[in-house]
Ligand binder design. Structure first.
Ligand code: NI
Length: 254
């Protein structure tokens, strides 16, 4: 069974054929999907999908790119949604200085608010870190009890080692299939087997040879094959360990 631990089926990119795609993906062997929200509305949609489909789970949170939406009402809604039984994490949260480097303090405040909610509810976090490695690490490691995943990890092996030491997981996506993926390949080679998660980030980050097209969880096959090649293991083994890791981190019993 394949577990796509990061796919945005709540996205407008799936407005026309969401149910059709989810059924096709499930039939293709993707047994579990985790859909993280990016602000209050998409978090609500993610929860609705989790209610509708037995194999879909949700995370709720406000993405740094949606900082503008973080008013009192939406924070309140996130807090309420977070208590839903199929909400297994707080995410997608973090820092993104590529998108916006003029509101760093506001991004950091929002990130901490979300982390504190996760700790209060004893749930892991799904972290987005784009061109903000130092600050993301500083904040994440400020909370020794915090558990979670650095989604679509783009840091160095040294940074990865710091995270593994503290029990963090790393998520790998389509970009590991790109020709210029040198750093991510190095991290994958060094990754302890019990710290590895696989994700699509659908509808984004399509792997080779689907680059440029809308992504969905069926393309996880290409990510799994590439990881298997890098690690010198059969694809079924990558499938098995990454699913086991996902179930463990997100506390899902199947
Ligand atoms: Ni994402």
């Amino acid at each position: 069974m394949i577990f796509d631990t990061h796919a945005h089926y709540d996205s407008g990119a799936f407005l026309q054929d969401r149910d059709e795609i989810l059924r096709a993906v499930h039939e293709a062997g993707v047994g579990l999907i985790l859909d993280p929200g990016c602000e209050a509305k998409s978090s609500r949609l993610a929860i609705e999908l989790a209610e509708k489909y037995d194999f879909v789970y949700a995370a709720v949170g406000i993405h740094p790119g949606d900082l503008d939406s973080a008013d009192e009402d939406s924070l309140l809604e996130i807090r309420t949604l977070a208590e839903h039984p199929k909400c297994v994490a707080i995410g997608e949260i973090g820092l993104d200085y590529y998108w916006d480097d003029t509101h760093k303090e506001e991004q950091k405040r929002l990130f901490r608010w979300m982390i504190e909610l996760a700790l209060e509810l004893d749930k892991p976090v799904i972290v987005h870190d784009r061109e903000a490695h130092a600050d993301t690490m500083e904040i994440a490691l400020d909370y020794p009890k915090l558990r979670g995943v650095f989604h679509c990890f783009s840091g160095s092996v040294e940074m990865a080692r710091e995270l593994w030491k503290r029990g963090w997981y790393l998520g790998f996506d389509g970009p590991i299939t790109y020709k210029n993926a040198r750093k991510a390949v190095e991290v994958l080679e060094a990754c302890p087997p019990d710290r590895l998660l696989i994700e699509t980030d659908s509808p984004y980050l399509s792997p080779v040879p689907m680059r440029g097209k809308r992504n969905d969880s069926r393309n996880l096959r290409y990510v799994i094959d590439r990881i298997a090649e890098i690690r010198g293991l059969p694809p079924e083994e990558i499938e098995r360990i990454s699913t086991e890791n996902g179930l463990r981190l997100f506390g899902i019993v199947r």
